[in-house]
Design a protein around this ligand. Structure first.
Ligand code: NDP
Length: 287
């Protein structure tokens, strides 16, 4: 029976560390501020933004919300991003995606000052992650690495399989596992023999967006299984990409949904915002 990895507890530990750092910075006269931009009325985005604001409150980071109407133009949003880039009291900028269809999200991300890119989505940040010299790691993959580390299972030399190759989860996840010397395979919708490949994984990360697609026969006994997916099952209940009940009989460690990767994503965002403030105040160097 798998040990369940408690993302809620681990994320709370990270947030408490961040809070202590924020308080120490305040004593040195440095305040920490995250600007959160939301455009339009997407209900899921509203929930995510509210959760980020709550986390900021908990760790004593100032959060400034910029809520723009659905009909905002690309130029208006770019103007706001440029204004926040120039504002020395803002350390981190987060534009909640997706943005309405009249706006090109690539252009918006590209406009964010990489020193304030706490999501680590800009080309500059992605390039730095590739060569292992970064200020910020992308929030979800970094959170997954923390969860893997919490098991005590060493990553070096292990077979790791990542299902999904998106720019925000799958690809950077594979890169972080590679940095820690795992032998990494990336799977996607065209992968043949997915089941066999997954069954060889000591560490299996599912980032697909398909409810319960990772079944027990795809999992190596004792494997560490990290479930990034956030889906609704046939009863409308939140569930991951992993068939939790069946896989927990086989895996060694398993993250639940909810309560696994999700809270870690937000905790990493808080950590990145503090790192941004430190770097901008000359208190920390890039890795
Ligand atoms: P994307 O839709 O961008 O990527 C999904 C990936 O899954 C693609 O690479 C796709 O392959 C691959 N895929 C689709 N079907 C299959 C299949 N049958 N077999 C193998 N691979 C397949 O999703 P994201 O990466 O943005 O997100 C993935 C999931 O993680 C979603 O459920 C999302 O909600 C969740 N998520 C959770 C977060 C959290 O904090 N917990 C944060 C971010 C995302 P191809 O490239 O060939 O199309």
């Amino acid at each position: 029976m798998a040990k369940i990895i408690d993302g809620k507890q681990i994320s709370m530990d990270v947030k408490m560390q961040v809070k202590a750092e924020v308080e120490a910075l305040k004593k040195q006269g440095v305040s920490v501020c995250l600007a959160v931009v939301i455009v339009g009325n997407d209900p899921a985005s509203r929930v995510y933004v509210n959760n980020k604001k709550k986390a900021c409150e908990l760790v004593c980071i100032e959060s400034r919300e910029y809520a723009l109407p659905e009909e905002t133009t690309e130029e208006e949003l770019l103007a706001l991003v440029r204004k926040l880039n120039e504002d020395s009291t803002v350390n981190g900028i987060l534009v909640q995606l997706p943005v309405p269809k009249q706006i090109d999200d690539h252009k918006i991300i590209a406009a964010i000052d990489p020193r304030k890119d706490v999501d680590a989505f800009t080309e500059g940040c992605v390039g730095k992650i590739m060569i292992g010299e970064y200020d910020f790691l992308p929030c979800t993959p970094a959170g997954c690495m923390d969860l893997i580390h919490s098991t005590g299972v060493p990553v070096s030399g292990k077979q790791a399989v990542v299902i999904g190759r998106s720019n925000i989860v799958g690809k950077p996840m594979a890169m972080l596992l590679l940095h820690e010397s795992a032998t990494v395979t990336i799977c996607h919708s065209r992968t043949q023999n997915l089941k066999e490949i997954c069954r060889g994984a000591d560490i299996l990360v599912a980032a697909v967006g398909k409810a319960k697609m990772v079944t027990a026969d795809m999992v190596k006994p004792g494997a560490v299984v990290i479930d990034v997916g956030m889906n609704r099952d046939e009863n409308g209940k939140l569930c991951g990409d992993v068939d939790f009940d069946a896989v927990q009989e086989v895996a060694g460690y398993l993250t639940p949904v909810p309560g696994g990767v999700g809270p870690m994503t937000i905790a990493t965002l808080m950590r990145n915002t503090v790192t941004a403030a430190k770097v901008q105040n000359g208190l920390e160097n890039s890795k």
